[in-house]
Design a binder for this molecule. Structure first.
Ligand code: SF4
Ligand code: SF4
Length: 125
């Protein structure tokens, strides 16, 4: 029983650490790697269907309004943060929302850009 409990605690802790790391990564990329973001956006297809999944990573954003089936950002057209506009920056962000997003990337171009931006395993070198 203790092992099962420990397993779930570890799993939750790992997920939380990954989400903190991802948030920080987006923040740093938006602040210092604008070029990478712009190049990534050229390989990004699809559209946001405002599911609110990326607004509930780690914690539910206070600007997210409405019931789960009809969420809406209260500041969508009023200066939402850069990292919100940029989401998903690349595959790593899609992974954070279990790929349940209206956007997708050209895989080959994405891999080359990740290499050139020296973004390896979620860490900016
Ligand atoms: S997860 Fe994707 S589709 Fe959903 S709100 Fe975020 S960007 Fe839009
Ligand atoms: S500011 Fe808007 S887009 Fe950004 S996380 Fe909050 S609800 Fe989502």
């Amino acid at each position: 029983m203790t092992r099962i409990l420990q397993y779930y605690i570890d799993r939750h802790a790992k997920k939380t650490i990954k989400q903190i790391n991802s948030k920080l990564r987006r923040l740093v990329l938006c602040a210092f790697k604008q070029e990478y973001i712009e190049e990534q956006q050229k390989t990004r297809y699809g559209d946001c269907f405002q599911c609110g999944k990326c607004c509930s990573l780690l914690y539910k954003c206070p600007f997210l309004e409405g019931p789960d089936w009809n969420t809406k950002c209260a500041i969508y057209h009023k200066g939402r943060p850069k990292q919100c506009e940029a989401f998903p920056i690349d595959h790593q962000d899609l992974h954070d929302v279990d790929f349940l997003c209206g956007y997708f990337f050209d895989a080959e171009t994405d891999a080359k850009l990740r290499k050139s931006a020296r973004v390896v395993s979620g860490h900016i070198l």
